[in-house]
Design a protein around this ligand. Structure first.
Ligand code: SF4
Ligand code: SF4
Length: 449
């Protein structure tokens, strides 16, 4: 299935075949071919040569416009997209709900400056996640048509039912199967407006198993799963071990697109003792590169999505994937050890997906968890006021908290309404965790730890 080709070859051979008719169940295994230094690694999906590194467009950079409103920084997005395409990335994954609803438009603007046959667009039907009552079907179809307009395209290369699994079989029936939405998308694939149809999965394993059980009829072209070396055997919350998910896809020859390859950034910011173990083996490699090499070593992985907000992240990832060097058995064993040790760190498993946002009371849920996790990683969470590092740690935590989360958006403002709870694909007990962090902050402030 793996194949690395030169950029010129890629442009000649690849893509899209324009508005080609749907390649039903077309993504089959291909033999591996040797890779060349400096060239992106590609995987086959039907006629498509898909770059193993895919651009996750859920976290484009924002800036302020002349009236002080927060808007997507289109200039930066264009720069990032140009550099990615120039270096062989051709898979761009967006959704109507990303970047507060602006991602599809911003991604479309940046991509339309390039030939249509030089990139693949993946987007999603996100209305499935919301209960829209009687308007469920119409609202979903409207969202689908809006994606074409926002992206400025006639065909969508990879279309996903977004985040199925949350809410279990009941939600799947109510918002997808019983109202005929899946049949609508199958007809759209038949008509060629969708080239490949798949779903992204978070949550209830019964839903995953059911959707694969209808593969003979539906012919999923690809499936997006949460996979990284920590979730391989130690998935938390409602998530299912990636080893199982990947294995089931492999049995049916369905290519996997990978989300959360870095577990919301946690695997890119490992605690120092764990990072030094990796550095001993490959001093020049980033922590993130290990997770990507782990993923790329599985031949059924078609594409690893990474939400690269900064050019430095894009450059580092390009280095990892051009070409991808698979991990060996010793390295795999070490990553499994690190995954086990990570379980002991009391971090919150937030992946910064933002699905819980906005909180009606203004709480910056992912921002609070990100600061807390960062302090744990850096060892600046004080546990005892008698410890010699207490004063330093206390200061670092409190000053960093005010800097990264405005006071009005801090954990103290959570009223425990639970509205965010059902939206979290990681099943984090958000209000409970916020209360825990807030109690800790109060103790630090009062010096009563
Ligand atoms: S429980 Fe707290 S964080 Fe969640 S929506 Fe309500 S106020 Fe916001
Ligand atoms: S708390 Fe859950 S829903 Fe919110 S950003 Fe984190 S992982 Fe996503």
């Amino acid at each position: 299935m793996e194949k690395s080709i030169s950029r010129r070859d890629f442009l000649k051979k690849s893509v899209a075949a324009g508005a080609a008719a749907a390649a039903v169940g077309a993504c089959a295994k291909r033999p591996e071919t040797p890779v060349e230094a400096g060239e992106m690694t590609y995987r086959k999906c039907g006629e498509d040569n898909v770059s193993l590194l895919g651009y996750g467009c859920m976290r484009w950079p924002f800036t302020k416009d002349s009236e002080g409103n927060e808007v997507v920084d289109q200039e930066k997005v264009n720069e990032l997209v140009d550099h990615a395409i120039e270096n062989g990335v051709n898979y761009f994954d967006t959704a109507p709900v990303y970047c507060r609803g602006f991602s599809e438009t911003a991604t479309g603007i940046a991509l339309r400056r390039h030939p249509r046959d030089s990139y693949f667009i993946a987007t999603k039907m996100s209305a499935y996640g919301r209960d829209l009552g009687d308007r469920q079907y119409e609202a979903s179809i409207e969202m689908y048509h809006n994606s074409f307009k926002a992206l400025g395209v006639d065909t969508i290369d990879y279309y996903l039912l977004h985040s199925v699994g949350g809410g279990g079989m009941e939600r799947l029936h109510k918002r997808l199967l019983d109202i005929g939405l899946l049949d609508f998308f199958l007809a759209e694939r038949e008509a060629g407006r969708i080239r490949h149809l798949g779903f992204s999965f978070h949550g209830d394993q019964a839903v995953f198993d059911y959707l694969l059980s209808i593969h003979d009829r539906v012919h999923w072209d690809f499936v997006q799963i949460q996979m990284n070396y920590a979730d391989w055997r130690h998935a938390s919350g409602r998530n299912v071990d990636a080893e199982y998910l990947y294995g089931e896809l492999q049995k049916r020859g369905i290519p996997a697109v990978i989300m959360e390859p870095l577990l919301g950034g946690r695997l890119a910011n490992l605690p120092d003792p764990l990072l030094s173990r990796l550095k001993t083996l490959r001093p020049d490699d980033s922590a993130a590169s290990w997770s990507f090499r782990f993923l790329g070593s599985y031949p059924g992985v078609m594409c690893c999505l990474s939400g690269m907000v900064y050019m430095e992240h894009l450059r580092d990832n390009l280095k990892t994937f051009s070409p991808l060097v698979p991990i060996n058995d010793n390295e795999r064993a070490m990553l499994e050890e690190i995954a086990t040790i990570l379980l002991e760190y009391p971090q919150v498993n937030c992946t910064n997906c933002q699905y819980c946002m906005p909180c009606p009371y203004g709480v910056d849920i992912p921002g609070i968890f990100a600061h807390y996790n960062k302090c744990i990683t850096e060892g600046t969470v004080a546990t005892d006021s008698q410890s010699p590092s207490y004063r330093k740690a206390r200061r670092a935590f409190l000053i960093g908290y005010d800097r990264s989360v405005p006071r009005l958006r801090q954990a103290a403002h959570c009223i425990g309404c639970n509205q965010c709870l059902p939206h979290c694909p990681q099943s984090i007990q958000i209000p409970k965790e916020l209360r825990r962090i807030d109690r800790y902050v109060e103790k630090l402030k009062r010096g009563t730890l």
